[in-house]
Design a protein around this ligand. Structure first.
Ligand code: BES
Ligand code: ZN
Length: 839
């Protein structure tokens, strides 16, 4: 069933499609909740509903009835304003069938190439320092290539493939999708005796003595023609020359890559500097297949190329002359994948790897149509951070190895491909084409494919979303351009061309992911009142902290997230005022303090030692909030003016570079050393806990909430509390502050007074559902089950399943097993540890 909401035609974006998910009929969801409002809204009834952006939130995205949405005062005001404007007396009404949604701006306008807009900043004179244990880089490691043959070198790995060099030729680019690549099941690499799964080992040292298996050549019986030197063709010669000049500058100064224990690659011997993807998306087989062509810097001319792979089926490897090369897949390590070692010929500046992804490729989530808002077409998205890119692209998957890249992607005709790069339209063969001229860490290469439309916000900002969601998404995110402008004022020019957002289906495991030019975001931020847009400020801020200046290893993750939380807050302050910004911060600190109690000491350290751990094991509020608090502390000490100049210098001086904690501390010492003596940087970065000088902001709005919580604890009835006009952040503080001894009767009274079970705000609802589990408030059960079915965001699922396992493990297990297949591998990895850990 599809419904449309018509608003005052004088206002922009006044019509939207509401397409409930097929698995949730309106009547069904209404039955499960008390006090429904009829969908035919006329006359005085309209006062009971909220404006469409709110309604569309849960209705279109989650399939719940639009009347299950609470009305905020702000929205009531908007409703009345629109009614006044329309003059019709009936500002909103349902219509069936829905009018066709006009596709506004179905493609975002193209901006000039990045290099024209904004040439790379000059390299900072300081080179990143090598982390402890980094291999020594001698003068012979500089980019002057030594030219020696590699024939006869031992592979030293467990699976050896030999490939014949005499093959017939076949055009590589613009070929038909069928590459002669075996379909699913064909040409599989035999399972090798793995090197003892379990704890992660030091990835830079492959184990010895692994079993050697010879297997037949799995490569397609072709030789690829010699590869092009560059695939970046543009009529804008001056821009290309500038880009080339910048590139060769970078090449001549190619700094060593810091050792990364989560990558098998050896980038200080042969480094991947450019990736050209040519992929076909097969939704039937749930596979991406095609080739990745890697542009190489041969630092050690004798060395093989080593790239990371994880659950990829490698079909063949070809050198610059198009002929096959010897390759082997080494033994794997749990959750790190396997090294692919390629024996290079003397003149190989590029290699092409033919491969396909598999059902186990963790980065990719292939969604059934019923997991989307539209319910009619399938959807695919990738998630690269931290070390998942290797499960859909064979490359050197370390944040210290930056690559430029391009892609040609084919998909079913009725779907649209978007990627984290400049869009270049489609070629006559139907390839969606993209290119990224800025060197990015591999975890930032991202793709999505589905029934998508584009809505412009400004000349350089817009939203991609499913048609039923796009209009509400645009309304919710309309402040994005102002955020970019504010961020530019604070941190320097935005260097990525466009800033668009993609609203994904609700199974997306994160709140947001800062993929360059195109932030990926969960639909659960669409609250209808902009109350959750701090997430946009956060992902946008990564355009400086993270994407421009990147953590060199996952032990330096706080440099990405701590800086970003700090910068996000500065953007929020400009847009929504100091009180709102401080409120968000106080809430985060409260959460961190609670979480710290559950973390092991090593997890409480900013500069984490991840030896033996997956990067995800270090994921917590520590890199985020403790990291931001350190920067706030430094700002306090030196004053905002000095601090802002420092920040700007940090971003400009390290632009398009990957940096370590040591780099940051050295730069800090060089710039502000004489002024920050009172800050114990060792305690902040290397020791657990929150140092005593951590800033502890207070805000009037949350202090007021605390007073009401105290009053409730003393026996006041919910209706007696002064909650008028509370913001989302205040409600969150209230819910978190409630006594943990609530009875289900008290829960019912709170629900009666404030309608939490019907909240259209995902953060409030999740907090309430957790309380409902813990206090056995069964009225919320249908909503809980719906939420666990529809939403795959790990941040929400983790506390809910934890609460279930602590109070009713049988139910927790049952619900998890029912829904597990719907969740992304990132969420599954965490939830398996909560739900399945006891066997
Ligand atoms: N880059 C992160 C998401 C991430 C971190 C993915 C580590 C994989 C590994 C993103 O910027 C982020 O922090 N997202 C947060 C939202 C933010 C407002 C705190 C999230 O998803 O909850
Ligand atoms: Zn982040």
């Amino acid at each position: 069933m599809a419904c449309a909401f018509a608003l005052n035609p004088q206002l922009p974006d006044t019509t939207l499609n509401v397409v409930p998910l097929p698995h949730r009929k309106l009547t069904e969801s209404r039955e499960s909740l008390p006090d429904p409002v009829a969908p035919e809204l006329i006359g005085s009834e309209r006062q009971k509903v909220s404006p469409p952006s709110v309604m569309q939130n849960w209705s279109a995205v989650f399939g719940a009835s639009p009347d299950h949405v609470r009305v905020t005062d702000e929205l009531q005001a908007l409703l009345c304003r629109q009614e006044k404007n329309s003059g019709s007396g009936v500002p909103y009404h349902w219509q069936r069938p829905p009018p066709t949604v006009t596709k506004i701006d179905s493609e975002p306008p193209q901006l000039p190439p990045l290099d024209v807009l904004d040439p790379p900043a000059p390299l900072h004179p300081e080179q990143p320092t090598r982390g402890a244990g980094a291999p020594d880089i001698g003068p012979e490691d500089r980019p002057t290539r030594t030219r020696k043959t590699i024939a006869g070198r031992s592979m030293g790995t467990s699976v050896v493939a030999e490939v014949s060099a005499s093959r017939s030729t076949k055009s590589m680019r613009h070929r038909k999708p069928d590459l002669g690549i075996p379909g699913p099941g064909k040409g599989r690499v035999p399972k090798e005796v793995s090197n003892r799964p379990g704890r992660l080992r030091d990835a830079s040292r492959p184990p010895v003595g692994a079993c050697r298996v010879r297997r037949p050549d799995p490569a397609p019986p072709v030789a690829w023609p010699p590869m092009r030197r560059t695939t970046l063709v543009s009529p804008l010669l001056p821009a290309l020359l500038l880009a080339a000049a910048c590139r060769s500058l970078a090449t001549s100064e190619r700094p060593p890559v810091v050792r990364d224990i989560h990558s098998f690659a050896e980038p200080n011997r042969v480094r991947v500097e450019h990736v050209d993807l040519d992929l076909e998306l097969d939704f039937q087989a749930r596979e991406a297949r095609g080739t990745a062509e890697l542009g190489l810097a041969r630092i050690d001319g004798d060395a093989p190329l080593v790239v990371d792979t994880h659950d990829l089926e490698i079909l063949g490897v070809y050198g610059s002359d198009g002929k096959a090369r010897k390759w082997s897949l080494g033994p794997g390590a749990e959750r790190l994948g396997r090294p692919l070692t390629i024996q290079l010929e003397e003149d190989d500046e590029r290699v092409r790897i033919a491969y396909h992804t598999t059902a186990s490729s963790e980065a990719m989530q292939w969604l059934e149509p019923e997991q989307t808002a539209g319910g009619r077409r399938p959807f695919l998205f990738t998630q690269g951070q931290a070390i998942l890119t290797r499960s859909w692209i064979p490359l050197q998957d370390s944040p210290g190895v930056r690559v430029t890249w391009s892609a040609h992607v084919r998909c079913p005709e009725d779907l649209t491909v978007v990627m984290s790069a400049e869009r270049q339209g489609r070629d006559p063969e139907g390839n969606w084409r993209f290119r990224m001229d800025r060197a990015v860490p591999p975890y930032l290469i991202a793709m999505a494919c589905g029934d998508l439309e584009f809505r412009a916000i400004s000349q350089r900002c817009g939203v991609w979303a499913e048609p039923g969601v796009a209009m509400a998404a645009r309304a919710e995110l309309e402040d994005t351009e102002s955020m970019v402008a504010a961020a530019e004022k604070l941190f320097g020019p935005y260097r990525w061309g466009r800033y668009d957002l993609l609203i994904l289906p609700p199974s997306f495991p994160y709140g947001g992911m800062e993929n360059p030019t195109l932030t990926f975001a969960t639909p659960t931020i669409l609250a209808g009142d902009k109350s959750l847009v701090a997430l946009v400020a956060h992902e946008l801020a990564h355009s400086w902290s993270g994407n421009l200046v990147t953590n060199a290893t996952w032990s330096d993750f706080w440099l990405n997230e701590g800086f970003t939380v700090y910068c996000e807050n500065r953007i929020m302050e400009v847009l929504y005022g100091p009180e709102r910004a401080a409120t968000e911060r106080v809430l985060e600190i409260g959460e961190l303090e609670d979480e710290m109690k559950t973390l092991e000491p090593w997890q409480q350290v900013l500069h984490t030692n991840l030896a033996g751990h997956h990067p995800d094991d270090g994921f917590s509020g520590v890199p985020y909030t403790k990291g931001a608090l350190l920067l706030t502390r430094l700002e306090q000490v030196v004053g905002r003016e000095r601090w802002d100049a420092f920040l700007r210098g940090w971003f400009d001086g390290h632009a398009f570079r990957s940096v370590t904690t040591a780099d940051f501390l050295a730069y800090l010492e060089a710039q502000l050393g004489s002024e920050i003596g009172s800050v114990d940087l060792v305690a902040w970065t290397e020791q657990p806990g929150l140092p005593a000088d951590a800033p502890r902001p207070k805000t009037a709005s949350l202090t007021a909430v605390d007073a009401e919580v105290a009053s409730y604890a003393r026996g006041s009835a919910p209706g007696e509390l002064a909650t008028q006009g509370w913001t989302t952040q205040q409600w969150l503080r209230f819910l978190r502050g409630l006594p943990d001894t609530l009875t289900s009767e008290q829960m019912a009274a709170l629900d009666q007074a404030f309608g939490f079970t019907r909240s259209g705000n995902s953060e409030i609802l999740c907090q309430w559902l957790e309380l409902s589990i813990r206090h056995r408030y069964a009225v919320a059960d249908p909503e809980l089950e719906r939420f666990l079915h529809d939403v795959g965001r790990r941040k929400f699922l983790k506390p809910l399943y934890t609460a279930l396992m602590e109070t009713d493990p049988g139910r927790g297990k049952k619900l998890y097993e029912e829904n597990r297949a719907r969740y992304h591998s990132v969420s599954v990895a965490t939830l398996d540890g909560i739900v399945r850990k006891s066997g």
